[in-house]
Write a protein that binds this ligand. Structure first.
Ligand SMILES: Nc1nc2c(ncn2[C@@H]2O[C@H](COP(=O)(O)OP(=O)(O)OP(=O)(O)O)[C@@H](O)[C@H]2O)c(=O)[nH]1
Ligand SMILES: [Mg+2]
Length: 251
């Protein structure tokens, strides 16, 4: 690899006391291996299980780790927006706290970004049948729906591995509060002319801590936000550098 890029790792956390220390250790190990400069931004979404206390203890001992805290629970979309706004490096990687992939895949993803000259590398699960038939079917339906609405196939919209050039986040105005955020990110990036490549990744289902994003309420909220934000996703505006969005889309 010709250049070791600077990377901000953004990790959203809600009640991840059982996972935080291990996830950050594995993430940090990969950053040290593949990044030039790096930082880790943990966004605690008003956890009630000691996640924030563990985060504060870890941050006190690790200068490259920043802990941001929400006073009230703002869900995945609000939490990622907080993390992305704080990310200051060339590349931004978004990763779930329950380690659904080995963070060492970062090396392959940086390579893919360089080789393909993409702006975003989005991971897809090579095999997600391990998490059960129903969730596999939901995921297939959701990916198909997004593909039909926006006109191109994407294999695994909601998988948390996304490596982005910071310009992408600077150009996009994200508005989702809930788990529509992944679709909003990919759809708006493509609509604004950024190149998105997909990379197959081994997937590991959660083994510790409670699952909070796979409920009917979360799916309902995704669909409701999709209806509200649909016009914006069809014709997103490019954010002017350093200001609010004002320009018309490229395509
Ligand atoms: N900000 C925020 N993040 C959340 C919330 N619920 C979950 N998360 C985080 O979002 C990420 C994904 O949540 P998961 O519960 O693993 O969702 P999932 O991957 O669809 O399902 P499982 O892996 O089966 O639990 C994790 O880092 C969670 O800590 C929430 O209410 N707010
Ligand atoms: Mg998970």
């Amino acid at each position: 690899m010709s250049h070791r890029p600077s990377i901000s790792l953004v990790v959203p956390m809600f009640n991840e006391a059982e996972n935080i220390e291990h996830a950050l250790a594995c993430g940090t190990e990969a950053l040290a291996r593949y990044a030039g400069d790096w930082e880790v931004i943990v966004v605690d979404d008003a956890s009630t299980d000691g996640t924030a206390e563990s985060g504060a203890r870890l941050a006190a001992a690790a200068p490259r780790l920043r802990l941001l805290r929400h006073a009230r629970n703002r869900k995945l979309g609000g939490t990622l927006r907080t993390g992305f706004a704080a990310a200051g490096n060339e590349l931004v990687l978004y990763m779930d706290a329950d380690l659904p992939f080995d963070p060492d895949v970062l090396g392959r993803a940086i390579r893919a970004l360089e080789v393909t000259r993409a702006d975003v590398v989005a991971g897809y699960r090579l095999d997600r049948t391990t998490e059960g038939l129903m969730r596999t079917v939901y995921s297939y339906c959701y990916n198909t729906l997004i593909g039909l609405l926006f006109g191109w196939p994407h294999r695994d919209i909601n998988f948390s591995f996304k490596l982005l050039r910071r310009e992408v986040l600077e150009a996009i105005e994200l508005r989702s509060e809930g788990s529509l955020i992944d679709a909003e990110l990919i759809v708006k990036a493509k609509k604004l002319g950024f190149v998105v490549q997909q990379l197959g990744i081994d997937y590991f289902p959660r083994v510790r801590g409670a699952s909070t994003l796979s409920s009917p309420a979360v799916i309902f909220k995704i669909l409701r936000e999709l209806v509200v934000l649909y016009p914006d996703l069809r014709r997103p505006r490019r954010r002017a550098p350093g200001g609010e969005g004002a320009e018309e889309p490229r395509g």
